[in-house]
Design a binder for this molecule. Structure first.
Ligand SMILES: [Zn+2]
Length: 437
């Protein structure tokens, strides 16, 4: 199968005169595979038992499950389950495990896991090796080389068609279609869009072995309408890839998101999502009534909206906790804080620092448990609320956006200098594609 894929991409790229690139890619893949094999061999040699006494357990994610449930089914004991979650939670978004993703564990006769392997996608492998000295797991990431491509899609609305509909028709993944229409919607009154109104979209996507889609982002979206006018959206990125400021803005720095809450932290790393789960400490099935964001101890915690502090105290489960009641009578909750810096009755502004991330109460490590109750007290999934870092970029960030927007325009021009291809027969959308060096 791999040979066929490789041959296919070879033929495809050869026609573009990129034989050397594919040769280099092949060498890279080989080198990485050798590295992976020697890593595993080195480990097995280090283990007294050696490979012959290790048995392999394998299982995959089923609907509604998290890592904890899968590990449980694989017969991994409570202590090791916790250690695996601890070792992997900083590197893997445990909230985005997909049905069918497979975990492999190599266990000895006492059921102790020595090697644990999680393949997030065809190009990304997370490995854990039991460290015999600490009995914790050492983490290793193996990433196979990806090919990055930029594509410009350009076209016009046809009678009876919508932008969304057209983008789906040309085969752009749903998540990116959602981003394009979401950011443009902030500026474009789509109900007044006319046939003949034009759009242009620049995507940057990563592929494994040239054909397997791994990830993608929308760098630029433009809409030019007879009635609705001309609008552009640029993807902005902070140096930190998990920064909450990473989003789409106009050229002047206006956030392209409808009014929303501010984020409670500067960077988001979800370690446990909202919903029914097996508790990492008690092992019991219960509603996890908020989102856990892993974050270093001492990181600032922000009020997500204007409001009044209605609770600021300590209990053995929540540790240091703060609750803020907002104007619409909903309440946001911030748990396991290291420090609380506001008292009951204080009025807080959006993005005011109210405390610091900690691990107080029932907690396995520094994180913020962030919850949201509606006016009647029911817990709701905070992820269903629109959150925004800032309505407008300022200072250093605004300057960085201007530089990035300029670079996006240059890349757009480069990609647009390629030969146009008609995407399919059911639309007039044209695509130009460029493999990035
Ligand atoms: Zn929690």
């Amino acid at each position: 199968m791999r040979q066929i894929l490789l041959l296919f991409s070879l033929l495809f790229l050869a026609s573009c005169g990129q034989e050397t690139k594919i040769q280099k890619l092949k060498e890279n893949i080989l080198a990485l595979e050798n590295q992976l094999t020697s890593l595993q061999k080195e480990y097995i040699e280090r283990t007294e038992n050696g490979l012959k006494n290790l048995s392999i357990a394998q299982d995959s994610v089923q609907a509604g499950e998290g890592l904890f449930q899968v590990l449980n089914r694989m017969g991994i004991n409570d202590e090791q389950r916790r250690k695996i979650v601890l070792a992997i939670q900083d590197s893997v978004e445990l909230s985005v495990l997909r049905v069918g993703q497979t975990f492999i564990a190599a266990k000895d006769s006492a059921q102790t896991v020595h090697v644990f392997r999680y393949q997030a996608n065809p190009a990304t492998i997370h490995l854990l090796f039991l460290n015999p000295k600490t009995t914790a797991f050492d983490y290793k990431l193996v990433e196979k080389p990806l090919v990055k491509k930029q594509s410009v899609f350009e076209g016009a609305l046809e009678p009876g068609s919508t932008l969304n509909g057209l983008l789906f028709k040309v085969g752009i993944p749903g998540r990116m279609v959602g981003i394009v229409s979401g950011v443009l919607q902030c500026k474009v009154a789509f109900q007044q869009a006319q046939p003949g109104d034009r759009f242009r979209i620049l995507l940057e996507e990563s592929f494994f072995q040239d054909s397997i889609w791994i990830s993608g982002k929308v760098l630029y979206a433009e809409f030019e309408g007879r009635v609705v006018g001309h609008h552009e959206a640029f993807r902005y990125e902070d140096p930190d890839p998990k920064s909450t400021f990473n989003a789409h803005y106009t050229a002047s720095g206006e956030a392209l998101i409808f009014d929303g809450l501010r984020y409670p932290l500067d960077r988001l790393h979800i370690t446990s999502p909202f919903g029914v789960r097996v508790h990492p400490i008690t092992g019991r099935r219960a509603l996890h009534n908020g989102i856990d964001y892993g974050s270093p101890r001492g990181s600032p915690v922000y009020a997500v909206a204007e409001g009044t502090v209605i609770a600021s105290g300590y209990d053995e489960y929540s540790g240091n906790k703060i609750a803020v009641r907002h104007r619409d009578k909903s309440t946001s909750w911030y748990l396991h804080l290291d420090k609380r810096s506001v008292n009951v009755g204080t009025n807080v502004a959006p993005r005011q620092v109210i405390g610091r991330v900690g691990s107080t109460g029932r907690s396995t490590g520094p994180h913020l448990h962030f919850g949201f109750t509606c006016p009647k007290g029911k817990w709701i999934n905070p992820a269903t609320k629109t959150m925004i870092a800032t309505p407008k970029l300022e200072g250093e960030r605004l300057a960085r956006l201007k530089v990035q927007a300029q670079k996006i325009k240059e890349e757009l021009a480069l990609t647009e200098s390629q030969q146009p291809q008609k995407v399919n027969d059911s639309t007039d959308v044209r695509m130009r594609m460029r493999v990035l060096p």
